[in-house]
Each structure stands twice: as structure tokens, then as C-alpha cells.
Design a protein around this ligand. Structure first.
Ligand code: ZN
Length: 184
């Protein structure tokens, strides 16, 4: 084997298979990104002692990094056509909505206002902040992607931005190949 074939050999399929079996913590070989912009969303963090306990809003955006070891037959990490449900989910959660903590003492009053058409209330398990948002969105997208690709691709991390200045990044602790037929 000459030097050339040794160095290119790293990328052949046999070695990719070996790597998956022996080292599940290997970084994914291929990555792609997808961004979704401009979700006008209000929130309030009732536990905050400052301004963040007041209802205020931002134009949220979401930046995904996807990973895989083996590309699709078309040569993609992710076919962006498979991300329609993700876009719908982001619109449901963050487009003209009011995000609240599930323990917000005014939650019932806000839900009353929702019935009267004043707001659309959404609740996230860990609250409305950007850290919780990044994790919440990552968990949803990772499950969706594994279903769509039969486990071939996953979410590496998600950056959730509330404006130009502030964002949170959640690194998926379950990133990596977990089998081709994950149980639903
Ligand atoms: Zn704030």
C-alpha cells in the first residue's frame, strides 16, 4: 500500500463501518447546517428579578448543525425537503406566540386571555429562555431526523438566538450513530 492509498483509505466505507462499531464517540465525518430566521415571539421569565419578568419579545432564529457518517444516496447529510415538519414545529412554537414557564403564577390568566384571542400561549418544559429553547428544539429535531433518515443522521448542536447580541448553544449529548432502526 502506498502513501496515497493509505491516506485516502480513511474515507472508504469499510473504515467508516469499523469506526462506528469501535468508537461511538468519533466525531461525525460530514456536517451540514440549516438556519431558520425571524420568529416574532414574546416571553416572560417570572423568576427573574429584573426586566425579564416583564413580557418582552424578540425575533428568534435557529441554527442547526447536522451530522452523519454516511451521506444519503443523493450525497446529502440531510435532505432539506425532510425538514418541513421542523419548520412547522418552529412556527407553531415561536411565530406570534407568548412563551411562558409552566410554573408561571399567571399562566391560567394568560390562558384565559388566549381564549379571547389576545395571545397564543406556549410552554416549554424548562421555561422560555434561550438555553431551554435550544435544548427543546434540539431534542425535537434529533428525533425527527433519526426517523426520517432511519438513524443515518442526527443533530450535533443547535444555536437559538433571541437577537443579534444573545444566543444559547446546546450540544446534543446523544449525537452520533445509534443504529439504523431506532425504536420509535
Ligand atoms: Zn429578557
Amino acid at each position: 500500500m502506498n502513501m496515497y492509498s493509505q491516506s485516502t483509505n480513511v474515507f472508504n466505507r469499510e473504515n467508516q463501518k469499523e469506526m462506528k462499531k469501535t468508537d461511538e464517540y468519533s466525531p461525525s465525518l460530514f456536517r451540514s447546517t440549516k438556519s431558520f430566521y425571524n420568529f416574532p415571539c414574546a416571553h416572560r421569565q417570572f423568576k427573574h428579578s429584573g426586566n425579564c419578568s416583564l413580557i418582552h419579545g424578540y425575533s428568534r432564529s435557529f441554527h442547526f448543525v447536522f451530522g452523519c457518517y454516511q451521506l444519503s444516496k443523493e450525497g446529502f447529510v440531510v435532505d432539506y425537503g425532510d425538514l418541513k415538519e421542523l419548520k412547522n414545529f418552529l412556527e407553531y412554537m415561536y411565530d406570534h406566540t407568548l412563551l411562558l414557564d409552566e410554573d408561571d403564577p399567571f399562566l391560567e390568566q394568560f390562558k384565559e386571555l388566549e381564549k379571547q384571542g389576545v395571545c397564543r400561549v406556549r410552554v416549554q418544559p424548562m421555561g422560555p429562555g434561550m438555553e431551554a429553547t435550544a435544548k427543546f428544539v434540539c431534542d425535537y429535531a434529533d428525533k425527527l431526523l433519526r426517523e426520517k433518515t432511519k438513524g443515518r443522521a442526527w443533530v450535533e448542536n443547535v444555536e437559538a438566538r433571541e437577537n443579534d447580541k444573545n444566543s444559547s448553544i446546546y450540544f446534543n449529548p446523544n449525537a452520533g450513530f445509534k443504529g439504523w432502526n431506532p425504536s420509535p
